[in-house]
Structures are given as C-alpha cells and as structure tokens.
Design a protein around this ligand. Structure first.
Ligand code: ZN
Ligand code: ZN
Length: 269
C-alpha cells in the first residue's frame, strides 16, 4: 500500500504494510504546500517523522494520532493479550522525565475527551504494519493502554464506569476514576443532592444515586494528582447529561456551564 497523502491514512486496513520511506515522506511533506503530499492545513502531520507519536491536524482536536512502535525500544511496550486487542505503550520521556503536557503525550491523554482514532503501526520486515484503530482505555503513570476500536469518533459520551454497592450506585468517568478512590470519596460524602438542579435524588425517587462529574479537564490530568472531592461535582443523571452536551458545544469549563443550566432551570419555574 502506498500513501499519497494524509487522507489515505483513514483508508488503510488492518494488516496493510507500508514502507518506512513512504510514511516518513508523508509525515515530512504533509506540511509542505508545494509537495504532492499536501492535502491542506487540516491534514498536515505534527511532529517529526523520526518520532514515535505524530498527529494529523492541529492540537488539541486532532483528526488522528499515529503511533509507531519499534520492537524493544521500550521494554514494557507490547501486546497485552494474544488476540492483540490491547497494547501497552510507554509515555515519551525526555531525560527520564515524563511530561504529560508534552504534545506527543498530550494527544494520547486527550483521546478519551475528543475520541479521535489512534492508528497503531508496528515494525515489520518490510516497514510498518498497520494494526488498526485504537482508543486509550487506561492511563497509568508511565504508560497507557491502547484498546482496539471502542470509543472512537461518534461515540456520544465519555466512557463511564459504574459501581454498585448495595442500594447505592455510582457513576464516574473512566479516567478520573483510576484507583476507585473516587468511589470511596463519594461514600464518605453520602450526599445525593444535585449541584445544578439542587434536587435530592433520594428524596425525589427514594433511591441513593448520584453521579460524579470530573470538573478538572482531562487535558490537565496527571496520574500523580490525588483525588480531591473539590475536583468533582455531584450531579443527577439529567443535569450530568446536559453538562456533557454543553461541553461538546461550548469550549468552556464546568462552572460556566452550570451557571447557564441553573438560569435555564430558573426560567422554567
Ligand atoms: Zn440535577
Ligand atoms: Zn461528567
């Protein structure tokens, strides 16, 4: 398979092989207007061809991330299972230090927020083999896990995890909830009042239910960042859904959206 320009990346299929020269040239010349690889600003590829992580379009809302893995370059990298559904991939470090703000790492950390595909290439005899489209399913301190398919592009919401405990049910965002410390935090709070509509779910419906919305943008996520109750808003399912719909429409923070919703609810009364 020969890549003529960046849009071709979206047409290749699993198992397709491309030469190192071809991918190198595509990345290098996609940014050059006079080149045959040029397909417009939106398809120019960020980072240099020698790097393991590149991205199509401009950060933060890129069209796709390209990950190239060489055998043995990071000892812990590799497939997590024989069916090749998950791949463990180390964050890029500079002089042994990982910066989550580094663009190459940030485009991977931001994937669950924007849901663009991660195209995974592994080194093979004749060049690069395309392994398919992946999404980020786990983020640890030094590495992340890429999972085949799932949670790409037109998914409607962040991936969420549910925890049921007796009569209580908690819903948290996948990335915010890493150590289950969010759940224990919610247990301690023992609060069922929605931050937006102020209704108490237990009083309204007779069941103890609440959802935790992570107010800190995932882009500023750091695995060293301890879970604090002030990072979360407790919301009923309706208000939580509304917050997410607004988050997609407006590029603004939780507090501002909550203010909009509160005045919206006040108008209805
Ligand atoms: Zn509510
Ligand atoms: Zn939320």
């Amino acid at each position: 398979m020969k890549l003529e320009s960046a849009p071709d990346l979206f047409r290749i299929s699993k198992g397709d092989r491309i030469t190192k020269r071809d991918l190198y040239d595509l990345i290098q010349f996609s940014k050059v207007r006079s080149s045959s690889f040029w397909a417009g600003e939106e398809f120019s590829i960020g980072n240099t061809p020698q790097q393991g992580i590149n991205w199509v379009g401009s950060v933060p809302q890129v069209k796709a991330v390209i990950v190239k893995t060489r055998n043995g370059s990071y000892a812990d990298d590799g497939w997590s299972d024989t069916k090749k559904t998950a791949y463990q991939y180390s964050f890029k470090a500079s002089k042994g230090v990982i910066s989550y703000k580094d663009k190459a790492n940030a485009v991977l950390i931001n994937q669950p927020q924007y849901l663009y595909p991660v195209f995974l290439f592994t080194e093979c005899k004749d060049g690069w083999e395309f392994e398919g489209s992946f999404s980020v399913s786990e983020i640890e301190e030094k590495y992340l896990v890429l999972k085949r398919g799932e949670n790409i592009s037109n998914a409607v919401d962040f991936d969420e995890s549910e925890y049921q405990e007796g009569e209580r049910k908690y819903v948290t965002h996948l990335l915010a909830e890493r150590s289950r410390s969010v759940v224990s935090m919610l247990k301690e709070l023992n609060d069922w009042k929605c931050d937006v509509c102020q209704k108490n779910f237990e009083k309204e419906y007779g069941v103890k239910y609440i959802e935790a919305h992570h107010k800190i943008p995932i882009s500023s996520f750091s695995s060293k960042h301890p879970v604090k109750s002030s990072d979360f808003a407790l919301l009923c399912p309706n208000c939580h859904k509304a917050i997410h719909i607004y988050m997609k429409k407006l590029d603004t923070d939780y507090e501002q959206i909550a203010t909009i919703l509160k005045s919206q609810l006040a108008l209805e009364e």
